[in-house]
Write a protein that binds this ligand. Structure first.
Ligand SMILES: Cc1ncc(COP(=O)(O)O)c(C=O)c1O
Length: 366
């Protein structure tokens, strides 16, 4: 039986008119050019302009966007990158793949974004990069993180993989550090019909390096200047994403409207929405609440036909894959507590207002 209130809706017309997407795909098929071509170039220019971030370099996925950003900054074996444990673990895997070490600092108890004090405590002589994650599309304390980086001579890379179109003091998330990284995984606010990613930077030298690194390190065809990888965006996905980008702000506004409805409807209930900092216009990728009785609440909602998910049930430092880092239980207590309490409620632009009320009613009844 399918749920009455689905968690998400990824059907073709959900974030842009289906006919426009179909026309974009047809245009690429007619062109006979499929990888890194005119659609990708146009999409890169449009992202650079839409997010006011200088240069945009399209890559194969969000994980690669982080790995390539770090490689372009010279991060490699022995280096440390301080980041949040409360994220898609892919954030950290992108660091590990380079032979560098992700170092997890705890999160703020209210926003669940990387704590500046926590990050400060993790800085060592091997630290090269501070990498906040704009979790759920809500801005991390980017002012505090930039100041901390400056004080220690470090570079900031923003994991904006959940934050397309989100802003902090009017500036786009991803455009505030030296390099910003995006994912176009289908569930994202700007999602492809497959994998995709983007690295953004105002630094022309890093941008030029990224253009080589994503394409085998080639400067021109068959001339490999450095050890790059194959992480390129398809023309079809670029064409689809160009259509979706036109509707991003409108769809993000709808996400914010639904989130405000949730907040009002949940006042006085036993759940507490995750906080958004004042200076932030969130992308509202996810709407997440906390409950000390999270698992029974999720079961109660499921019985009433309401889908929920948990982002994320296990913090990165407690993943089996990261046993060897020795950052065990208790090393990031706020993130660990949050992972026991957080629950993501249904949120997508086409979610009807009535569904928000239905979810809120079911939570009140719990
Ligand atoms: C915060 C964050 N970082 C990195 C990634 C990795 O992106 P991708 O799945 O496109 O590799 C994701 C998405 O899964 C994410 O949400």
């Amino acid at each position: 039986m399918s749920a009455d209130v689905r968690f998400n809706d990824l059907s073709l017309g959900g974030t842009a008119p289906a006919a426009e997407i179909e026309a974009a795909i047809a245009r690429v098929l007619a062109s006979g050019w499929y990888i890194l071509g005119p659609e990708v170039e146009a999409f890169e220019r449009e992202i650079a302009s839409a997010f006011d971030c200088g240069n945009a370099i399209a890559v194969g996925n969000g994980t690669d966007s982080i790995s390539l950003a770090l490689t372009a900054l010279g991060v490699g074996p022995g280096d440390e990158v301080v980041t949040s444990p409360l994220t898609a673990t892919f954030t950290a895997l992108a660091v590990s793949r380079l032979g560098a070490r992700p170092v997890f600092a705890d999160v703020e108890p209210d926003t669940l974004n990387l704590s500046v004090e926590g990050a400060a405590r993790k800085i060592t002589s091997r630290t090269k990069v501070l990498m906040p994650v704009h979790l759920y599309g809500n801005a991390a304390d980017i002012d505090g993180i930039l100041a901390l980086a400056k004080a220690h001579g470090l570079v900031v890379v923003e994991d904006a993989c959940q934050a397309h179109g989100g802003r902090h003091r009017g500036k786009f998330l991803g455009s505030l550090g030296r390099v910003g990284t995006f994912s176009f995984y289908p569930t994202k606010n700007l999602g492809a019909l497959g994998d995709g990613g983007m690295v953004v930077t105002r630094d022309e030298e890093i941008a030029a390096k990224l253009r080589r690194l994503r394409n085998g390190g080639q400067s021109t065809r068959y001339r490999h200047e450095e050890l790059g990888i194959n992480s390129r965006l398809d023309e079809i996905h670029a064409a689809i994403l160009r259509v979706k980008l036109k509707y991003l702000e409108e769809k993000n506004e709808r996400r914010r409207e639904l989130s405000r409805m949730y907040e009002r409807a949940l006042e006085g209930t036993s759940v507490r929405p995750v906080a958004v900092r004042d200076a932030c216009t969130p992308a509202r990728h996810l709407f997440v609440v906390r409950s000390p009785r999270r698992d029974p609440l999720a079961a109660h909602l499921k019985e009433r036909g309401i889908e929920t998910l948990i982002h994320y049930p296990i913090p990165a430092h407690l993943q089996k894959a990261y046993e060897n880092l020795g950052q065990g239980e208790g090393s990031c207590p706020e993130a660990e507590k949050a992972c026991r309490e957080i629950l993501s409620l249904p949120l997508y632009p086409a979610l009807p207002n009535e569904s928000v009320e239905r979810v809120a009613q079911a939570i009140r009844a719990f």
